[in-house]
Design a protein around this ligand. Structure first.
Ligand code: ADP
Ligand code: MG
Length: 411
């Protein structure tokens, strides 16, 4: 391989502190240089190739997914008339694929299915700061919900496309603009159906992102300035509407900025989850999130006085919590007193699991058999399970309420 990119400017090391003037036009040279270098190191970055595989499930893991003991699993397993997937028999145990495990959960698990005629719920993950685990939270929430038997659609709205990468889809080489939300943004499509891709994970579909999503930030305000009837904040919502019969949950990952695309995500969302790691900087910037969000709400109301928008829920999720850090307890207190009942009673611990799981291209759920400390892994997975469970309980109670109000309407 070897770096083939030419140096940007040759610097004479014998002359010290020489200012290096760079004209605006020459920024392009820096960009080209960086891109060429990236191309040469790219293959190394992607090793092992991120062709992803779903994990397999042991009998005891299957039992815990179905919330029953192993004896009961064996009992069901032997009852051929139930038609449950039999798994693969190994020398001393049995193993189930994700497809098989999800079928078990749906058939004999305790999770009530979405009632007929009731739509799926849209959940946006947002915070204007990067690195606060928005993308990881979106992915683990989708995986957690899918293991309750749910069908989930992930929508990647970040031009950096990390959520697509977690699904093994590499933005620039494997995603064309037509496969992202862009045709919807440009008004060429009215439903996002065209952009749905299946993923390596049964039960999770994906609408990927690519760097060209930045185009939306120019197009949406431009279109609004030309057409006062245009509703720039409602484009995503309208595009997702036809998909709500097909999915139990649609999870939207947003970029770390208050962009036009982020506004679309928030305006489409029934529920909003704001992950915040309990450290002073992330806490401080989280307060700016709410004040910017307030400004946004005010200006939206000014543009559209009769705008009705209600969230079914808004939650703060404490993530990357490292209780061994002294500052953590203090900042956790600040977060709890700032956001009070919005804070979910669950914390996602800091874990190296996410980084050991195939080079950051995975989450705790991607691991069939963890090789490090099992306790660390269990703790992390249980926290994510609880997070998914809390969101699922809210979704199911919203469904029940809708069924009741439909019944009341008919009566
Ligand atoms: P964002 O989408 O807000 O920018 P990411 O989800 O990409 O944040 O996470 C930022 C970094 O934190 C990533 O490197 C990710 O692997 C890491 N990370 C996520 N969750 C955890 C966790 N529970 N413990 C340790 N690192 C984590
Ligand atoms: Mg992200």
């Amino acid at each position: 391989m070897g770096a083939t990119a030419k140096p940007i400017v040759s610097i004479d090391a014998t002359v010290k502190h020489t200012p290096m003037r760079i004209a605006l036009e020459d920024i392009e040279i820096i960009s080209e240089h960086a891109n060429e270098t990236l191309l040469t190191v790219r293959e190394q970055m992607l090793l092992p190739h991120p062709k992803k595989h779903a994990p397999v499930f042991s009998t005891s893991r299957l039992a815990s997914l179905c919330r029953m003991d192993r004896k009961k699993v064996n009992y069901y397993w032997e009852k051929a008339d139930l038609g449950l997937p039999q798994g693969t028999i190994l020398p001393r145990t049995r193993e189930f694929t994700l497809v098989e495990a999800r079928e078990w959960v749906r058939k004999v698990g305790p999770f009530p299915a979405r009632p007929a005629g009731v739509k799926g719920k849209k959940i946006a993950i947002g915070n204007f700061k990067g690195g606060v685990t928005k993308t990881t939270s979106a992915m683990t929430l989708a995986q957690g919900l899918s293991l309750f038997g749910r069908r989930v659609l992930l929508v990647d709205l970040d031009p950096q496309a990390s959520l697509s990468a977690l699904n093994g889809v590499i933005a620039d080489s494997e995603v064309s603009d037509d496969q992202t939300i862009l045709p919807l943004i440009y008004g060429e499509q009215s439903s996002l159906e065209y952009a749905i891709q299946s993923t390596y994970w049964d039960g999770i579909d994906l609408i990927p992102a690519s760097a060209s999503l930045f185009g939306a930030e120019f197009y949406l305000p431009f279109k609004q300035s030309k057409d006062s009837n245009f509703r720039f904040w409602d484009v995503l919502n309208a595009g997702l509407e036809p998909l709500l019969d097909k999915y139990d949950a649609i999870i939207i990952d947003t970029p770390p900025a208050l962009s036009y695309v982020t506004i679309n995500a928030f305006m489409a969302a029934d529920g909003l989850v704001v992950p915040i790691p309990p450290n002073a900087l992330d806490y401080a910037s989280s307060t700016q999130f709410w004040s910017l969000f307030t400004d946004l709400a005010r200006s939206m109301k000014k543009i559209v006085p009769d705008l009705e928008k209600q969230f079914d829920f808004i939650h703060v999720l404490l993530t990357k919590v490292d209780s061994s850090q002294i500052a953590t307890n203090k900042v956790r207190e600040w977060i709890t007193s700032s956001y009070d009942s919005l804070v979910l009673p669950i914390e996602i611990p800091t874990t190296t699991v996410t980084t050991t799981a195939s080079m950051e291209f995975g989450t705790v759920y991607d691991i069939s058999k963890y090789e490090g400390s099992n306790k660390t892994y269990q703790r992390a997975r249980e926290a994510y399970d609880r997070f998914a469970e809390m969101i699922d309980q809210q979704i199911t109670s919203l469904w029940s309420a809708e069924v009741e109000s439909n019944v009341a309407e008919v009566a």
